[in-house]
Design a protein around this ligand. Structure first.
Ligand SMILES: C=C(O[C@@H]1C=C(C(=O)O)C=C[C@H]1O)C(=O)O
Ligand SMILES: NC(=O)CC[C@H](N)C(=O)O
Length: 800
């Protein structure tokens, strides 16, 4: 049953979703613009099986509840049944059951096919290109001024436009075509809009059909994307006109949508993680209790604030307070001292976990039906406790993590310090967990048992405020726990003039090693041929953009000191989202410049997709130089596609009308590169029990690391990248505070290693690097970009 609110008087639209990454931008537009309730059905929904004898009656029963249907965009080709699924069963509805339909992009192409037209490849795909839509001013374009719209297609409707001579074109381009050719249609298609695309010298313009109306039936189609952030608002009139026409059509035929809510399509937003039924089922200890259940409940925050001594850096603070812990998470704004021009990219806070060896940890291996709760030490003594938590009762790992967090939720009214993090989860999530979250099944069994979700519940922490020059020392202490001197001792130590003396030995007892690692970088020729392969999938309509990556392995003949590697990397590549993690069996050293997702205590979400990279060089040394290079169609399209994808991800929780783009295509300066970023914001609705975790779980893996549409692109990338696991690379690292605030970065420009690939004689470090491939990419350009990104982290082995 649908969760759509039961507002009987609002019109209802069914949206058929072809697993596109822009779908929920369309449902948001329809909801806000038309004041309609929009339900969503996947084109391959198991609820409707076209080969079952009961399908026709089930299908028409479902459709009878809607005023109109929108067939959405999607990957693939409309002539492949599996790419359009249920859409095909819209065009063939009988006279009695037919209802008004708007096809968008793939949906439009499917309509053109059904009406006897053809669909062919464009001379070159137009993904992310913004064009003026030349329309007839008739039908749904009546009263509409000229406007620009975003295109996301490689294929186009062919209604014989190429056979019309230049002289006749202006007259014949609006004439109905295919009369009598459509399957059961009987009547033709009326073109309503065109884009005449300038092509290379000598090849002439390409006539690209942009909108149609079916003559005999209430079907309209738009090739462009009305919902894109770069489609001008004037385009909204087309949607309003369409719906007016649709309702008029219904009225004229006395067609009234059946009221009542026995529909099978679902609401456009997901239910909250916390609204899932939570049952017991965890294996218990002999005495009937789950030993971890009370861990951290009812905690109070105790904190002290001391000045950050001048010249003292985050690693110095780490070494001062955490001399001998094995496990550690440091999230550092290592570019906090960047020069003024780079101020917009400077981070303000750094967060350091303390006492992590004694923190409770949740681990989950993607594909398992359980999580594991671990506790390494208590009171300095090794304990190595673990317990298996079946996840069936929580839906999945995210349901469990959300309920664990919720039980320990600290109202922010209880917290008076200006600290963004007071204690709570810190950890990582791999790319493979993200794949699982979008229903891509990573082959089982996997060659390892590493965790894909690893979150420690941190109760002792230090937050450095670089703007104010302050250090917050914080203890989230169980209300009735025994006195613990950690807060006092740590504060005293940070205040002591002896603490930051240069002679003090850090936690990494070894001197930097002269290691001679064996480096296996990706093959340049293979990478280039993979770029070409990506482009062939883009040309065939299967993807709009693919973030291709590859991995370098570095085998060291002796153990390294990861902390030294981190100190080297942070100095080489200061970044707003640098991090160091030693958590369970994973070690990560990262200089990420990219925020994935931040959410505030009041549920304001901010994502900063980054696309468009240019290396600093004598020729490109200023922001103005970089802007000249990055504000070009290729780079802007690359960014725009991910922006629209991220808007869709946010809409899945924030809901219609609650997502905005406050900064579009902004170029920022970093130590060795310039990057183009966009800021996308969403507000989590207060009333539905959502938290930032809902948004996190709904947005993985990061769209900037996949391409669009996300699901098909990830499937293709697995094939192209040879099913190599990306692991920590392309995942996220960050925190979610007990008060609900969270901040996660995309794990890029980083190196990592796993304990199962190291022994006394060798260690294997891995570095992933890549970039987004579009139809305008060149193989050499992409290869260079990948090697540029690789060079940063790889360089630490030379310098350490
Ligand atoms: C794939 C990487 O980076 C991603 C790709 C970018 C691009 O294509 O311009 C920019 C930032 C990241 O989202 C990487 O650093 O390895
Ligand atoms: N955005 C879309 O719906 C794209 C449709 C089709 N796959 C194409 O590339 O042309």
């Amino acid at each position: 049953m649908s969760e759509t609110p039961k507002t009987e008087s609002r019109p209802r639209i069914l949206f058929l979703d072809a697993h596109d990454s822009f779908s929920l931008n369309i449902t948001s537009l329809l909801t806000t613009l038309l004041n309609a309730d929009v339900s969503v059905l996947q084109i391959d929904s198991p609820l409707f099986n076209p080969s079952s004898p009961s399908f026709p009656s089930r299908w028409t029963h479902e459709l009878s509840h809607y005023d109109a249907v929108v067939c959405g965009p999607g990957p693939g080709n409309p002539s492949n049944e599996s790419d359009v699924g249920l859409m095909k069963h819209i065009w063939s509805l009988s006279e009695r059951d037919v209802l008004p339909v708007l096809g968008i992009c793939l949906g439009f192409q499917s309509l053109v096919l059904a009406c006897g037209g053809k669909v062919r490849r464009l001379r070159r795909g137009l993904h992310g290109m913004v064009r003026g839509i030349g329309h007839s001013g008739k039908d749904v374009f009546e009263g509409v001024e000229c406007f620009k719209a975003t295109l996301y297609h490689s294929l186009c409707g062919d209604v014989g436009q190429d056979g019309i001579s230049e002289e006749e074109w202006e007259v014949r381009k609006w004439a109905a075509v295919n009369r009598g050719e459509g399957e059961g249609m009987g009547q033709g298609l009326v073109p309503l809009a065109w884009v005449e695309e300038e092509r290379e010298e000598g090849t002439g313009k390409e006539r690209v059909l942009m909108a149609v109306r079916s003559e005999g039936r209430p079907f309209w189609g738009l090739q462009y994307h009305p919902e894109s952030v770069c489609t001008e608002e004037e385009g909204n009139r087309v949607i309003v006109n369409w719906f007016r026409e649709a309702r008029k059509w219904n009225e004229e035929r006395g067609r009234v949508a059946v009221r009542g809510w026995d529909v099978l399509a679902a609401a456009a937003t997901k239910g909250s993680l916390l609204s899932r039924p939570v049952g017991g089922g965890e294996k218990e200890n002999g005495d009937g209790r789950k030993w971890w259940e009370e861990w951290g409940l009812g905690a109070v925050l105790e904190s002290e604030t001391v000045p950050l001594p001048i010249g003292v850096q985050v690693p110095d603070v780490v070494e001062a307070v955490e001399a001998d812990g094995k496990e550690r998470v440091v999230l550092e704004s290592s570019n906090c001292a960047a020069k003024e021009a780079m101020s917009d990219t400077r981070g303000r806070y750094s967060i350091i976990s303390c006492g992590l060896d004694e923190a409770l940890r949740i681990e989950h291996h993607a594909g398992d039906d359980h999580a594991t709760m671990r506790l390494g030490k208590v009171g300095g003594l090794p304990l190595n406790m673990s317990q298996t938590i079946p996840l069936a009762h929580h839906g999945d790992i995210w349901g469990f993590v959300a309920s664990f967090h919720d039980a320990r939720h600290l109202s922010h009214f209880e917290v008076s310090s200006g600290s963004p993090f007071t204690g709570g989860f810190m950890g990582f999530i791999t790319y493979e967990q993200g794949l699982r979250d979008i229903d891509i099944h990573v082959e089982q069994p996997r060659p390892h048992r590493r965790p894909d979700v690893c979150l420690a519940w941190v109760t002792k922490s230090i937050v450095v405020d670089h703007h104010l020059g302050l250090i917050h020392v914080q203890h989230l202490r169980p209300r009735n726990s025994k006195a613990d001197l950690w807060l006092e001792q740590t504060t005293a130590s940070l205040l002591s003039p002896r603490t930051f003396q240069p002679t003090k030995k850090g936690p990494c007892q070894q001197p930097p090693l002269k290691i001679h690692p064996i480096v296996q970088p990706p093959s340049a020729t293979e990478y280039e041929s993979n770029v070409t392969l990506c482009q062939s999938y883009i040309a065939s309509g299967d993807s709009y953009e693919l973030c291709l990556t590859d991995q370098t392995t570095i085998t060291t003949p002796a153990p390294t000191c990861p902390w030294t590697l981190y100190r080297t990397l942070r100095a080489r590549q200061p970044a707003p989202f640098a991090s160091f993690l030693r958590l369970g069996t994973a070690t990560l050293v990262s200089a990420s410049p990219e925020r994935f997702l931040q959410y505030s205590r009041s549920g304001l979400c901010s994502m900063r997709p980054m696309k468009g990279t240019v290396r600093k060089s004598p020729a490109v040394s200023t922001l103005a130089d970089a802007e000249r290079i990055l504000h070009v169609p290729k780079e802007e399209a690359e960014n725009l596609m991910i922006v629209d994808l991220v808007r869709h991800d946010l809409h899945s929780i924030c809901g219609a009308g609650n997502v905005s783009v406050p900064a579009l295509l902004k170029v920022e300066e970093y130590e060795s590169v310039f990057q183009m970023i966009t800021v996308v914001e969403g507000q989590i609705p207060k009333e539905k029990g959502y938290t930032g975790l809902d948004v996190l779980a709904a947005s993985l893996p990061p769209g900037s690391m996949t391409g669009a549409p996300k699901k098909r692109s990830c499937e293709l990338l697995r094939e192209i990248e040879g099913a190599k696991e990306r692991s920590l690379y392309s995942g996220v690292v960050g925190y979610m505070c007990a008060t609900g605030r969270g901040d996660w970065s995309v794990t890029i420009r980083s190196l990592f290693r796993w304990e199962d690939e190291m022994d006394a004689e060798r260690e294997v470090w891995r570095i992933g690097a890549g970039g987004a491939v579009t139809i305008l990419s060149t193989a050499e350009g992409e290869r260079d970009e990948m090697f540029t990104k690789l060079a940063g982290p790889l360089g630490v082995f030379r310098e350490s």
